[in-house]
Design a protein. Structure first.
Length: 201
């Protein structure tokens, strides 16, 4: 499944590109994610998501590769549910370019997911991705406008528990739109049955 998103941040491309080099500062901007270890271009972390009353936690690892001349980076990510058989892998490419508002960031995600979230389909996953990327962009803007402080060193087992991203809330509008046509069909059928019953009396 391929997902494409674009957002802008109020910073010059050089400043934004410099920030994207600092995974320890950028990672906390991603909703539901916690960075546990960072060793050069390799890292490991956890993600927690919630669908209604059901919570799913993933533990995974990844690598980052950067193209300085093109101001682009690629993240290769893989993970699995800590209490389930679901898996997730993704190749995420981000390209930075100058924009009148600061820096435009184009993100392309090639996602492969199994387990319960795979049942949502592309429409809902796109809606969920839009919400998550929107929150990520807002947090990046806050980070860029705040005074820079040195991130706390990462220690094994010391990172906080991630706050679950509520996919149910993000997916609800899509679920309602998908349900609208079947519901209208059922309602029409009920009305027709009642009309026919009245005519046969």
């Amino acid at each position: 499944m391929q997902l494409d998103h674009t957002f802008t941040v109020p910073a010059a491309p050089d400043d934004a590109w410099k920030l994207f080099h600092d995974l320890a500062r950028v990672a906390p901007c991603m909703p539901g994610a916690v960075l546990d270890t960072l060793d050069g271009d390799s890292f490991a972390g956890r993600v927690k998501v919630k669908v209604g009353a059901v919570q799913m936690s993933y533990r995974g690892e990844g690598t980052v590769a950067r193209d300085e001349s093109a101001r682009s980076l690629r993240l290769d990510l893989s993970g699995s549910e800590t209490r389930g058989a679901g898996t997730a892998s993704a190749a995420v490419t981000a390209e930075l370019a100058a924009d009148p508002a600061g820096t435009r960031v184009r993100v392309r995600t090639d996602l492969d997911i199994t387990g319960r979230p795979a049942q949502f389909g592309r429409g809902i996953m796109t809606e969920v991705g839009d919400r998550i990327v929107g929150q990520f962009a807002e947090r990046l803007q806050e980070l860029l406008s705040a005074p820079q402080t040195a991130p706390a060193p990462l220690a094994a087992g010391a990172a906080a528990e991630p706050e679950a991203v509520d996919l149910g809330a993000a997916a609800l509008p899509v679920l309602l739109r998908k349900a609208a046509v079947p519901a209208a069909a059922v309602l029409t059928a009920v009305v027709l049955v009642r009309v026919l019953r009245r005519r046969t009396r």
